[in-house]
Design a protein around this ligand. Structure first.
Ligand SMILES: [Zn+2]
Ligand SMILES: [Zn+2]
Ligand SMILES: [Zn+2]
Length: 137
């Protein structure tokens, strides 16, 4: 009888570990990076668990997921719980949360013009952040 409870506690702790790491991270990072950074902090969490945990958190909308670099999913815990977009440095993946009122109005208008409902969209902006620009000279 104690076992399911133990497992549940275990999952809760792993979830909290991942959320705390992402909350303290400014850039989008991959599941492998989440795993490596948690291990550096002394965590015993396994890579498979990290992959499963970030997937569950992303599905629940608690963290954001964006395919970056070679197409691997990267994750970030954003402060804005509402719909927003990202300005992402293409070198270090440091990210600024942005809103796009013009994009929202445009997507509603275009959808309406064509009789489509339930429109959603994915818009991310990519650039070179100030730090990366200075490194490049
Ligand atoms: Zn976000
Ligand atoms: Zn950068
Ligand atoms: Zn939008």
């Amino acid at each position: 009888m104690a076992r399911p409870v133990e497992r549940r506690r275990h999952r809760t702790r792993q979830r909290r570990e991942v959320l705390e790491l992402l909350a303290a991270t400014d850039e989008f990072i991959s599941a492998r990076q989440v795993h490596a950074r948690l291990r550096e902090r002394g965590s015993t969490i396994g890579l498979t668990t990290v992959y499963r945990t970030v997937q569950v958190l992303a599905d629940a909308g608690e963290i954001d997921a964006v395919r970056l670099g070679s197409g691997e999913q990267h994750y970030r815990r954003c402060r804005d719980g509402h719909h927003h977009h990202h300005l992402i440095c293409r070198h270090c993946f440091r990210t600024v949360e942005i809103t796009g009122p013009a994009v929202e109005a445009w997507s509603r208008q275009i959808g309406g013009e064509h009789g489509y409902t339930d429109i959603n969209h994915t818009v991310e902006l990519f650039g070179t952040c100030n730090d990366c620009r200075q490194v490049a000279g």
